[in-house]
Design a binder for this molecule. Structure first.
Ligand code: SAM
Ligand code: DTB
Ligand code: SF4
Length: 333
């Protein structure tokens, strides 16, 4: 299609200003959802909602001090037991079970600042190969990577690397002091250069302003190409973490606004309704899907906190008429 003939050609932009994105974000809610739904349907099949299952393959004792995270060694009061890297067979058995339940993507998270080369990293490579061997998409989130680690993950067949920006650049140092925004951007560049898909999003409910949320979306949208997937998390408030103890709950409409705005500025990205979905009603989730969210974490655990029941998700998707594979239909009956 020629540029002039495509009414949506201008949707794929990488030169957004914060003010432009703010104007979209702040539209009257239903105008925003209507516009986002139009972009969503122009570029994506609205009945296709991806189900991704998540597993913490190495839990706790993380040297970073992310203020929201149950796994930081800096937050002593969370009572989270630490767990070494899981054996490859255990992880692959979990992946196979997730596949049998209808997940098509398996995401593995490790509480590392950055992976050490050696036996543990080699095990992660085996996990990636194993998950790909099951015919699933494989995603890992391991912290900061070197270029050589990114290349080895790519060679193992990794579909995507998750590395979130969390919030806008100006608010980042209020949330994390042990690394910089620049560190995050550098890893994202290495992932992209290795030819791995980029999964990058953030969290709302950290005490940030709307300006910080919009600034994060600007950074994401001005990446060329856009990230293939964009997780939108609401803070999962964990007692014993600095933010979990002080946070005020996120308004479900704020999640709708983030999903819709992400959809408009990144028309083809998988916008993943991530942490915090448990606090959303079925109706609020439906509004997020209408606004362009087209992926969820599926399975009763995120990394260390609870997620929605698989049966109620299966029922929700079925009730909305969203395309579902056989196993999930069985779960809904
Ligand atoms: N250690 C790696 C890292 O930070 O890149 C990978 C694991 S980390 C738990 C993955 C992402 O989960 C974080 O970047 C953050 O955006 C999100 N996350 C962690 N704890 C959260 C919470 N309590 N609520 C919402 N999102 C959270
Ligand atoms: C993402 O953006 N959200 C997921 C995944 N990427 C790794 C993690 C959510 C974690 C929620 C808190 C927990 O369960 O510890
Ligand atoms: Fe560690 Fe990741 Fe948690 Fe930060 S978000 S403390 S880097 S596990």
């Amino acid at each position: 299609m020629s540029h002039a003939a495509d009414p949506h050609a201008s949707d794929f932009r990488h030169d957004w200003s914060v003010a432009e994105i703010r104007a979209i974000h702040d539209l009257p809610l239903l105008d925003l959802v209507y516009r986002a739904a139009g972009v969503h349907r122009a570029y994506n099949d609205p009945s296709d909602v991806q189900r991704a299952s998540l597993l913490s393959i190495k839990t706790g004792a993380c040297p970073e001090d992310c203020g929201y995270c149950s796994q930081s060694a800096h937050h002593k009061g969370t009572g989270l037991p630490r767990q070494r890297l899981m054996p490859v067979e255990t992880v692959l058995a979990e992946a196979a079970a997730a596949k049998a339940n209808g997940a098509t993507r398996f995401c593995m998270g490790a509480a590392w600042r950055s992976p050490r080369d050696g036996a543990e990293f080699d095990s992660v490579l085996d996990m990636v190969r194993g998950v790909r061997g099951l015919g699933m998409e494989a995603c890992v989130t391991l912290g900061m990577l070197t270029a050589s680690q990114a290349e080895r993950l790519a060679d193992a067949g990794l579909t995507a690397y998750n590395h979130n920006l969390d919030t806008g650049p100006d608010y980042y140092d209020k949330i994390v002091s042990t690394r910089t925004y620049e560190d995050r951007l550098n890893t994202l560049e290495r992932v992209r250069e290795a030819g791995i898909g980029v999964c990058c999003g953030g969290i709302i409910g950290l005490g940030e302003g709307v300006g910080d949320r919009v600034a994060m979306l600007q950074v994401l949208a001005n990446h060329a190409p856009h990230p293939e997937s964009v997780p939108i998390n609401a803070l999962a408030a964990v007692p014993g973490t600095p933010l979990g103890d002080t946070a005020t709950p996120v308004d479900p409409f704020d999640m709708v606004r983030m999903c819709a705005t992400a959809r408009i500025v990144m028309p083809k990205a998988r916008v993943r309704l991530s942490a915090g979905r448990k606090a959303l009603s079925r109706e609020a989730q439906a509004l997020c899907f209408l606004a362009g969210a087209n992926s969820i974490f599926y399975g009763e655990r995120l990394l260390t906190t609870a997620n929605n029941e698989a049966d109620s998700d299966a029922a929700l998707l079925q009730d909305l008429g969203i395309r579902v594979a056989e196993p999930i239909l069985a779960a809904a009956e």
